[in-house]
Design a protein. Structure first.
Lengths: 433, 193
């Protein structure tokens, strides 16, 4: 009971902290069934590093809490736990008694060159095991404190769940600010948002190159949809597809060497494959029905897409080599569209109309099982985390656009709200390698 | 402790230059803020032509010496169902791209104007309501625009004078969520130039 109360207080206090920061706000709306309590008291050698330490603690706690799998204990009243602590059986017993299933032993010290070094080890109090640690160095800035924290949270998440973390990743999305559309790149928690493109016209269908250096998207800046590739480090943009009619729905091949795009130069919307500079164009889909919203399979051999050739929009799969006829994938209901394959190739997310609402559906590509991970009423643009465990998507409620995320199993659902304006077209990308 | 962009950039550089035994944070992170681009700036590698060498500018160029819409009296436009600035709209049922009987005079009026005035060009922009996905709606808006384009070609207009494009659900005339609002957004705009 006492542990439960501590956890509740911890959750409440982190909730309060999340409310005070600006930009995107990410809150859990549904939680999974188990919470692993974790403690991370960061001893500070130099009082000037107090803010850095507080930021690391706050961000690690917020990251882990957002997964719905972890509780993060308040540090007030907890014993100091330096990284080099002697790992005696008594130590594990002590922390187990305090209610922590895992505890982070850490040290934060200034380096002679002015940078800050965080050393930490993750200790499992239930098995009395040292799960390893990292040494991270960065500038004494809030930006690097946040980056440090995301790396710590990724480490903890991976060691305790066996799955790769997703905190040191980036989001791209479009925010409507008055009459302007702004393409923003932020950290996975919505902080540190940087504009990459501003336009008076719509920008949609953002998608990251697999190496995390470029975005492909559709911009209406010339008066009609045109596909661009935007290199983020330089701001350099190139036109991939600007043909007669509309150009849209870019999707990268897993090796980043090909883009699928949808062109209408022969009348109806059809999927084409091109190099990222627009050359070597090859038509993939045939016929006169709508064929759009391509997404490559993880092995790059197939393209999933939406077609209304069977009378209603449904998801199909075509082989890139053209050796097999397209195969229909979805059969439930009268609208299944915007398929996207998880990076690990195991799942397909798409937008399904169920009981009049547009929701995110998930399908196991091995056994064909389908389940819903959102409740609508107007969800769109699903995008997987680099770890393939989460999906982010846009939600429109009463004309207001916001972002939401859900775990692939649908157990954890989070709402990502915003202080001003509507946001859409999310794309989840990894950091450049 | 709010950091200015310059400070972040400087600290990012310092981080990159310093040799260290521990894991440097920015080995995987972008170095400093990326440049902001304003749409409308010509992209560095802006393709005036596509890979096949086809002209790909977003608007069909008017013939040399053509003065387009400015030569057409407002009365002639209005008689054909267009506004004085050369615009008309055709509306559609949900998920449909068939021109309703009531709107057919607009398409016929456009055909008559285009055939009678060789200077004129026509852009057709298809639009949808916001039900469904944004990209499927681009395709649906395109089909609406193409339906009108094909009808005009059958009525004798040269295909090269018409460009059909789609705004999908991206440029709603009405942002409401009632059926009457949706109906206003399910349309194709015919824009003479």
């Amino acid at each position: 009971m006492r542990i439960l109360l501590t956890l509740l207080l911890a959750l409440l206090s982190w909730g309060a902290l999340a409310q005070t920061s600006s930009g995107l706000k990410i809150d859990i709306t549904t939680r999974g069934d188990r919470l692993i309590p974790i403690a991370m008291p960061v001893p500070v050698a130099d009082e000037k590093l107090r803010l850095f330490a507080d930021t690391v603690q706050e961000v690690v706690g917020a990251d882990l809490r957002r997964t719905g799998a972890f509780g993060f204990m308040p540090t007030a009243g907890l014993p100091a736990l330096p990284e080099a602590v002697a790992q005696s059986p008594e130590l594990f017993t002590q922390w187990r008694a305090l209610g922590a299933d895992a505890v982070v032993a850490s040290s934060l010290v200034p380096l002679p060159d002015g940078r800050v070094e965080l050393r930490f080890r993750l200790l499992d109090t239930k098995t009395s095991q040292d799960l390893g640690g990292l040494v991270l160095a960065g500038a004494a800035s809030s930006l690097d404190a946040r980056r440090t924290a995301h790396r710590v949270a990724d480490f903890i998440y991976e060691k305790l769940t066996g799955e790769p973390g997703f905190f040191a990743t980036r989001l791209a999305y479009v925010r409507r600010e008055g009459g302007q559309q702004v393409l923003l790149i932020s950290d996975s928690d919505g902080e540190n948002a940087q504009p990459a493109l501003k336009s008076a016209e719509p920008i949609i269908s953002l998608t990251w190159s697999p190496d995390g250096t470029r975005l492909a998207y559709v911009s209406f800046e010339t008066g009609k949809p045109v596909v661009y590739v935007h290199e983020l480090a330089t701001g350099r943009r190139s036109v991939v597809a600007n043909h007669r009619g509309s150009n849209s729905a870019p999707a990268w091949s897993p090796d980043g060497k090909r883009l699928a795009v949808v062109l209408t130069r022969d009348g109806s919307s059809q999927v084409y494959l091109a190099n990222p500079d627009g050359t070597n164009l090859k038509r993939l889909t045939r016929g006169s029905s709508i064929n759009t919203e391509p997404s490559f399979s993880a092995d790059g051999e197939f393209v999933y897409f939406t077609s209304d050739g069977g009378g209603s929009p449904q998801v199909y799969r075509a082989s890139v080599s053209g050796t097999e006829p397209p195969q229909r994938i979805t059969f439930e209901g009268s609208f299944n569209a915007r398929p996207v394959v998880s990076p690990d190739g195991k799942h397909l997310a798409y937008i399904a109309r169920r009981e009049g609402k547009f929701v995110v559906a998930m399908r196991n590509l091995t056994d064909g099982m389908e389940w819903l991970v959102s409740s609508g009423p107007k969800d769109d643009s699903p995008s997987f985390s680099p770890s393939s465990k989460w999906v982010i998507f846009s939600s429109r409620t009463n004309g207001r656009d916001s972002l939401s995320a859900a775990s692939v199993d649908g157990k954890v659902r989070t709402r990502i709200s915003l202080d001003t304006g509507g946001i859409r077209s999310p794309a989840w990308g990894r950091l450049p390698q | 402790m709010k950091m200015g962009l310059r400070q972040i950039l400087v600290s990012g550089l310092a981080l990159g230059l310093a040799a260290c035994s521990s894991v440097s944070l920015d080995e995987n992170a972008p170095k400093g803020p990326a440049p902001i681009v304003s749409a409308g700036q010509p992209p560095a590698a802006q393709a005036a032509k596509d890979a096949s060498g086809e002209q790909t500018s977003s608007a069909i160029p008017l013939p040399k010496g053509a003065r387009g819409l400015s030569t057409v009296p407002a009365s002639e436009l209005q008689a054909a169902g267009f506004t004085a600035d050369g615009r008309a709209s055709v509306y559609f049922e949900f998920d449909q791209s068939v021109v309703r009987r009531a709107d057919q005079p607009i398409v016929e009026g456009a055909a008559a104007l285009l055939k009678g005035r060789i200077d004129l060009q026509l852009n057709i922009e298809g639009n949808t309501d916001d039900r469904g996905t944004s990209e499927y709606n681009i395709a649906l808006g395109q089909r609406r625009a193409e339906t009108i384009k094909r009808t005009l070609v059958i009525l004798g207009v040269d295909e090269g004078r018409i460009e059909a494009t789609s705004n999908g659900e991206e440029k709603p005339r009405n942002r409401g969520s009632q059926e009457s609002d949706h109906a206003e957004n399910r349309r194709a705009d015919l824009i003479l130039r």
